[in-house]
Design a protein around this ligand. Structure first.
Ligand SMILES: Nc1ncnc2c1ncn2[C@@H]1O[C@H](COP(=O)(O)OP(=O)(O)OP(=O)(O)O)[C@@H](O)[C@H]1O
Ligand SMILES: [Mg+2]
Length: 251
């Protein structure tokens, strides 16, 4: 198996509630998949199931051997809603370093290599100056950068980002997408966003998630195709990208 993972005929959801059915998706090492769909369509549910945070209700996810690392999978995750307790007195450095999941010891010190790797990443992402700050003192955008570092510090083969542009300004958003483009040389990326107009110029393919998953093997998608995929979302774009707006309609 050359792909990183294959989702086969999967249903996913919660106790007594099937959110997604019949999902098939293959993720390859070079993929950059934009995940779009209306609120409540099941995007986050899909990601959580891929991460093993939720068991599939039906079907399976088959991982490539190279994706395993102990009991974990080699996936970096930037969650949609960050659950960091704002009052918790943990520093930026410690949050990023906590992403090193290969560590079997629960106590004990981090190695010099691990500390250096953490510091290098903070430098590269332009937040080294914040390293001693408590995360509770950060702005939303700064916190997003920190959490992105945490998702990256373990050098994952797949990076999953659930609406990373929620708290950030346009400048950071552009920087983020440019950085993702570079990261995509080394890892597969799945990016959830409602901003279809913008992400289509960065992603390579599109997955429309709305109770089912329709895979669109291109980054160009028309309003007609979105309608055919039952993916009623608005296309809003900034700057040079052609502007198309879809009407929201209920099912
Ligand atoms: N923990 C939970 N228990 C039960 N139902 C849930 C739970 N989390 C989400 N749901 C339901 O599952 C459905 C899909 O939710 P999900 O969060 O996957 O959607 P989404 O596509 O990520 O939406 P959004 O664009 O708003 O983030 C919704 O109907 C939601 O109410
Ligand atoms: Mg979501």
């Amino acid at each position: 198996m050359e792909s990183l993972l294959e989702i086969r005929n999967m249903s996913a959801g919660y106790e007594k509630k099937v959110v997604l059915s019949n999902v098939n998706l293959t993720v390859n090492p070079e993929d950059f998949i934009g995940v779009i769909g209306p609120n409540g369509g099941g995007k986050t549910t899909l990601l959580k199931t891929m991460l093993g945070l939720l068991p599939p209700i039906k079907g399976e996810i088959v991982f490539n051997e190279s994706m395993r690392e102990g009991s974990h999978h080699h996936i970096g995750y930037l969650p949609q809603v960050n659950r960091i307790d704002k009052k918790f007195p943990i520093t930026v450095f410690d949050v990023v370093r906590s992403g090193l999941m290969s560590r079997k010891r629960l106590v004990g010190r981090y190695s010099r290599e691990e500390n250096e790797r953490t510091a290098d990443l903070l430098q590269k992402m332009g937040i080294y100056a914040l390293r001693k700050k408590a995360v509770g003192e950060l702005s939303g955008g700064q916190l997003q950068r920190v959490l992105l570092c945490r998702a990256l510090v373990n050098q994952p083969k797949l990076l999953i980002l659930d609406e990373p542009n929620t708290y950030v300004d346009n400048k950071f958003e552009r920087e983020l997408y440019e950085r993702l483009r570079i990261l995509n040389k080394d890892m597969a990326i799945m990016l959830v966003s409602h901003d279809v107009g913008t992400i289509t110029s960065y992603v390579k393919t599109i997955a429309c998630v709305n109770r089912n998953l329709h895979y669109h093997p291109s980054n160009k998608i028309s309003t007609e195709q979105l309608a055919a995929y039952e993916c009623p979302i608005q296309i809003i774009s900034h700057g040079q990208i052609p502007h198309t707006v879809l009407l929201q309609h209920d099912h």
